[in-house]
Design a protein around this ligand. Structure first.
Ligand code: T3D
Length: 259
């Protein structure tokens, strides 16, 4: 049986593809747990230096599989969030490796918010984003109320969450929600290139950038300066820092190892 999350490793990039294309990669429980398992495997594998998340077929992910939240066997939101979505978001933020979200098609509900918590978010021209929750009487979860106002500002976030407007990737770009948009025909290649570039950079340092950014959302300036001091000391002890400076002085290209 095909896995609901495919893993392919190439050029030190782990590509994780949501694989329920007939349901626009909506998350059932199995897929949410499989994603966590595969993210853990990527974290622990030192040969992987960047993670690339995308969807098979025409969607990125339509969020929670709504067929699993109706009927007699409803697991309950508390269980769904604590077992499925919250651990996905915290894992992505904690992994000390860059995570690229390559939004190939529609990203709705939890699908959109999983993309938005990634380190670099790019989208295909034909992709779209919807905070779909309010249409069915829910509130944005999977970190939506945390990341979206910080990305695009309170007012726009509030309106998008309440109105559940479907916005194009170009609009998302203009709002500052995502980093870049690529034409559909070059999307896979262009987005993968970003992941491959990151994988050849000083990836331990990129992991430290991520940690410093995580705390910047809640720290005072003084606390954040201390955090920078802490992560900079760690960065200064890496092989890649030494190599970067040496290569600069020797006027040659650096050969980073992610160590
Ligand atoms: O515990 C909790 O549940 C809390 C957690 C909540 C997290 C959430 O993510 S809540 C939000 C859940 N997502 C949605 O409400 C989005 C629902 N989907 C849509 O609104 C539309 O499908 C899209 C706007 C995303 C795309 O529209 P379109 O016209 O391109 O595609 P479609 O025809 O609607 O969908 C294609 C198929 O995917 C279709 O199946 P079928 O009829 O061909 O067999 C459709 O039913 C299925 N599908 C799409 N989204 C979901 C889904 N099936 C189950 N769950 C879905 N979310």
């Amino acid at each position: 049986m095909n896995s609901s999350v495919l893993l392919e490793i190439k050029n030190e990039v782990a590509s994780l593809s949501f694989n329920r294309p007939d349901k626009l990669n909506a998350f059932n429980r199995e897929m949410a747990l499989e994603l966590q398992k595969k993210l853990d495997a990527c974290e622990n594998d030192t040969t992987i230096r960047c993670i690339y998340l995308t969807g098979k077929g025409k969607g990125f992910s339509a969020g929670q599989d709504l067929s699993e939240v109706t009927g007699d066997n409803i697991p309950g939101f508390d269980k769904i969030l604590s077992e499925q979505y919250n651990p996905i978001i915290t894992r992505i933020r904690k992994i000390e490796k860059p995570v690229v979200a390559a939004v190939n098609g529609v990203a709705a509900g939890a699908g959109a918010n999983i993309a938005l918590c990634c380190d670099v978010v790019v989208a295909a021209q034909s992709a779209s984003f919807i905070q779909a929750f309010s249409k069915i009487g829910l509130i944005p979860d999977s970190g939506g109320t945390y990341f979206l106002p910080r990305l695009i500002g309170w007012q726009k976030a509030s309106a998008l969450m309440m109105l559940a407007d479907k916005i194009s990737s170009e609009e998302a770009l203009q709002l500052g929600m995502i980093y870049k948009v690529f034409p559909d025909e070059y999307f896979a290649e262009s987005s993968k290139k970003i992941a491959e570039t990151l994988a050849q950079m000083p990836t331990r340092g990129l992991g430290f950038i991520k940690q410093a950014l995580n705390s910047s959302f809640t720290n005072s300036l003084e606390d954040q300066l201390s955090a920078e001091q802490k992560w900079q000391q760690k960065a200064g002890k890496t092989y890649d820092f030494n190599e970067g400076v040496k290569a600069f002085l020797e006027k040659r290209a650096p050969r980073f190892r992610g160590e």
